[in-house]
Design a binder for this molecule. Structure first.
Ligand code: AHG
Ligand code: MN
Ligand code: MN
Length: 328
């Protein structure tokens, strides 16, 4: 079984064959992520999950043992799913599974690698498309063409946050049944929040609008925002996204002037797009600071994008800081 979908899950996918293929693929991913969750739950009892393998991925990140192991587990389950192509953070190029199959899957197999040995929540992110003419054109397209997307969180609960365009749902892996059970049928993000998430150590690297906004948050009630703000930063995108879905907030990973960070740190295909999809379907917003994430053209598999998402009014407020800057 692995996952007990709600009856209206993916109701917007009217093509019966594609609908069935999406459910089969998500079921396969749920099986893979149960395995990854089990490995995470054992943590230090497994040898060296957080040890660097000595290799680096295309984006230049040092690969850790669990990154590679998670990617292998996902690749294996997709071989028996209705999936033609697989694009992964941990693989330079697209993996051709079976070009006759109808779907293409992109994944960040293990998100939050810097937290692997700290018992902090980490996860797996995925994005599903119908295939186009070939492998490359099945992925090099705007995120608005995704038909399903979401992420698993390996934390106090193992959860799946997912959308297929008809709202955002949360499923919880029930340790008793061994299946993912529906927990929240239609998630909605509160439109305003006074909590923000950013890696504040990069303050002097940011562009002026982000610096100005964060400084106004720090001024709190005495500044132009007129109220006290709070801050959280987990360092695992899936954990920050899950918190923001649960109680609102604003996540920012902006571009900055460090080498390689001119487009931020997060990757459009397998991090920003699926997170933006679930956030928008829950009534929130996701931009690169000004432009809707799901409209950003994707030119290369591991392309980075500045990422801002969360409570709609908070995203708009930050957008106004960018507009003010553009008018100077
Ligand atoms: P990954 O482990 O897949 O490379 O992703 C890590 C990302 C994301 O999960 C998180 O929000 C961000 O890196 C944290 O970046 P910093 O370590 O620069 O704060
Ligand atoms: Mn990641
Ligand atoms: Mn990763």
């Amino acid at each position: 079984m692995a996952i007990r979908f709600s009856s209206d899950f993916a109701k917007n996918i009217t093509d019966k064959a594609i609908h069935a293929a999406v459910l089969d693929t998500v079921t396969a991913l749920a099986g893979a992520c149960k395995q990854i969750s089990h490995i995470c739950a054992r943590g230090p009892l497994e040898q060296g999950l957080g040890v660097e393998t000595g290799a680096a991925n295309t984006d230049g990140d040092a690969q850790k043992a669990l990154d590679v192991r998670s990617d292998e587990i996902i690749t294996k389950v997709l071989e028996t799913a209705p999936v033609a192509y697989y694009a992964s953070e941990e693989q330079d190029d697209i993996v051709i599974l079976d070009a006759d199959k109808p779907l293409a899957v992109a994944s960040d197999p293990l998100d939050g690698s810097s937290n692997i040995d700290t018992n902090v929540s980490i996860g797996t992110i995925f994005s599903i498309f119908e295939t186009n003419d070939n492998a490359a054109s099945s992925f090099l397209r705007p995120g608005s063409e995704q038909i399903c997307g979401g992420f698993f969180v390996y934390g106090p609960q193992t959860t799946l946050v997912i959308t297929a365009g008809a709202g955002t749902q949360t499923y919880v892996l029930d340790p008793d049944s061994g299946d993912f059970e529906l927990a929240i049928a239609d998630m909605k993000i509160t439109p305003m929040s006074t909590e923000y998430a950013i890696n504040a150590s990069n303050h002097h690297h940011w562009d002026a609008p982000i610096r100005a906004y964060i400084e106004d948050c720090l001024l709190g009630a005495t500044g132009p925002l007129g109220t006290k703000y709070n801050m959280r930063w987990v360092g695992s995108l899936v954990a920050d996204a899950n918190r923001i879905l649960s109680r609102g907030g604003l996540f920012m990973y902006p571009s900055d002037d460090r080498d390689g960070y001119s487009h931020g740190r997060l990757r459009l295909l397998y991090e920003a797009n699926p997170v933006a999809f679930v956030i928008e379907q829950a009534g929130g917003a996701a931009t690169d600071g000004t432009r809707r994430i799901l409209d950003v053209p994707l030119g290369t598999l591991h392309q980075r994008v500045p990422l801002v998402f969360g409570s709609k009014r908070a995203v708009q407020t930050l957008g106004n800081y960018h507009k003010k800057q553009d008018q100077l």
